[in-house]
Design a protein around this ligand. Structure first.
Ligand SMILES: *Cc1c(COP(=O)(O)O)cnc(C)c1O
Length: 366
C-alpha cells in the first residue's frame, strides 16, 4: 500500500520524548518555551504554540476582537477546521469561491459578500501555495479587515522569497501528524502584533493572566486574574520535544517534498483530461499534491487506485455543503472543483519510484 500521507519519525523524536518522560514534567514548561524560541528564530517573529492548528485559528480570531455575529470571509474549499474555528467564537463564516488556477480565495466574490459585519478574511494557503498574497493584503486594507492566514499547509513556504509567517498580519500553522512538520498534534500563531500575541498567551491557559511566563520556569500562577473566556489550548512538553526534533529536520523534509512534487509535475503536467497546478516548487513546500480529473469519473478512478494499493484523498468537501454551515450561497465553481479533485500520495518517506508507480497506475486508468 502506498499511503496518502504519514508521520515521518526517527530515533531523534524517540530520544527527545524519552528525555521529557524521564524529567517527569510532561505539561507545558521549558520544552515548549524552547520550541517557541526556535520557531521565533525560524520566522523572525514571535511564535506562540498551542495544541492544534484549529486552536491557533480560534485564538487568533478571538485575540483580534472578532465577536459573536461578526462575519469572516473564507473560501468554502478548506478543511472543516477553518470553519469550526470561526463558529467556535460565535462568528459567521461567509463561504467564498476560489480562483481556478490556485484554489485561493476569489476576491471579487469575497468583495460582493462584504457587509457592515465583515471583520476579517482568512486566506487558506491551499496545497501550500499562497496565490497572490499581495492582492489579498491590499483587499483587506481597503476594506479594513484583519487577515488571519490559515497557513496550516504552508509551513516553510516562501512568497517572493520571504517565509510565510515572517511578514503580514497573523499566520496560523498546524503541526498535526501529517503536516510539513509535526509535534504529534499542535499548532502555532505568528504575528508582529504584540497585543495579539500577549492575548493568545493568556487565552491558551484558561485566560489566566501572565501564566505562560511562570510555566516557562516550571512554575504555576496561584494568585491571578481572568478578564475573558479562555481555553485549555496550551502545548505540552512532550509535543514540543517532537516538534523541536522535526524542526531540525525541516530542510530535509522540504527538499524531499519539493523533489517529489516536481516529479509529479514532470509526469502529469501535459496529460489530456488531467489538470495540475502550476506552482513554483522552489518556493512552495507542498503538504498535499492535488490533481483535477476533468472527465467526470474521479470517484471511479479513485476506487481503481485504491484496489491497486494506492491511497488517495479528496481535499476537501466544501464547507458550504454541510448542514451546519448552510447559507443562501451556492458556489457553483467550488462544487464543480469538488467533483474533480484527487489528492495523490505525498510524504517524505515516498521515493521517486513510488511516485512513478502512482503516475503509471493513474495514467493507465484515465
Ligand atoms: C490541518 C489544517 C487545519 C487545522 O490544523 P489541526 O492542527 O489539525 O487542528 C486548519 N486548516 C487547514 C487548511 C488544515 O489543513
Amino acid at each position: 500500500m502506498i499511503r496518502l500521507s504519514k508521520s515521518v519519525i526517527g530515533q531523534d523524536e524517540i530520544k527527545a520524548i524519552t528525555r521529557v518522560l524521564q524529567d517527569e514534567f510532561l505539561g507545558m514548561g521549558v520544552e515548549v518555551q524552547k520550541f517557541e524560541e526556535e520557531l521565533s528564530t525560524f520566522f523572525g517573529r514571535e511564535t506562540i504554540c498551542v495544541n492544534s492548528g484549529t486552536a491557533a485559528l480560534q485564538l487568533a480570531l478571538q485575540a483580534t476582537d472578532i465577536k459573536r455575529g461578526d462575519e469572516v470571509l473564507v473560501q468554502s474549499l478548506t478543511f472543516l477546521a477553518t470553519f469550526q474555528a470561526i463558529s467556535a467564537i460565535g462568528a459567521i463564516p461567509i463561504p467564498c469561491e476560489v480562483y481556478e488556477n490556485t484554489f485561493t480565495i476569489d476576491l471579487e466574490d469575497a468583495k460582493s459578500k462584504i457587509t457592515t459585519k465583515t471583520k476579517a478574511i482568512i486566506p487558506v494557503h491551499y496545497a501550500s501555495n499562497v496565490g497572490n498574497l499581495d492582492d489579498i493584503y491590499e483587499f483587506a486594507n481597503k476594506y479594513n479587515l484583519r487577515i488571519i492566514e490559515d497557513a496550516a499547509h504552508a509551513f516553510g513556504t516562501k512568497y517572493k522569497n520571504r517565509r510565510i509567517g515572517s511578514f503580514g498580519d497573523i499566520a496560523c500553522f498546524s503541526f498535526d501528524g501529517i503536516k510539513n512538520i509535526t509535534s504529534g498534534e499542535g499548532g502555532g500563531v505568528v504575528s508582529n502584533d504584540a497585543a495579539v500575541i500577549q492575548k493568545i498567551k493568556n487565552l491558551r491557559l484558561l485566560g489566566v493572566e501572565n501564566d505562560s511566563d511562570n510555566r516557562y520556569q516550571n512554575k504555576r500562577s496561584w494568585d491571578f486574574d481572568v478578564v475573558e473566556q479562555g481555553w485549555r489550548f496550551h502545548m505540552s512538553n512532550i509535543m514540543a520535544a517532537i516538534g523541536r526534533s522535526q524542526l531540525k529536520k525541516f530542510d530535509l523534509f522540504k527538499a524531499k517534498r519539493q523533489l517529489l512534487a516536481k516529479h509529479y509535475v514532470e509526469r502529469l503536467g501535459k496529460i489530456d483530461g488531467l489538470k495540475i497546478f502550476d506552482f513554483n516548487y522552489d518556493e512552495v513546500v507542498p503538504h498535499i499534491f492535488v490533481v483535477r480529473i476533468l472527465r467526470g469519473d474521479r470517484d471511479d478512478i479513485r476506487e481503481k487506485l485504491q484496489n491497486e494499493g494506492i491511497q488517495t484523498g479528496i481535499h476537501y468537501k466544501p464547507n458550504h455543503l454541510l448542514s451546519f454551515y448552510k447559507t443562501n450561497y451556492t458556489l457553483p465553481l467550488t462544487k464543480k472543483y469538488y467533483s474533480e479533485i484527487l489528492t495523490l500520495p505525498l510524504h517524505p518517506d515516498l521515493s521517486l519510484e513510488n511516485v512513478d508507480d502512482v503516475c503509471d497506475t493513474l495514467l493507465s486508468k484515465l
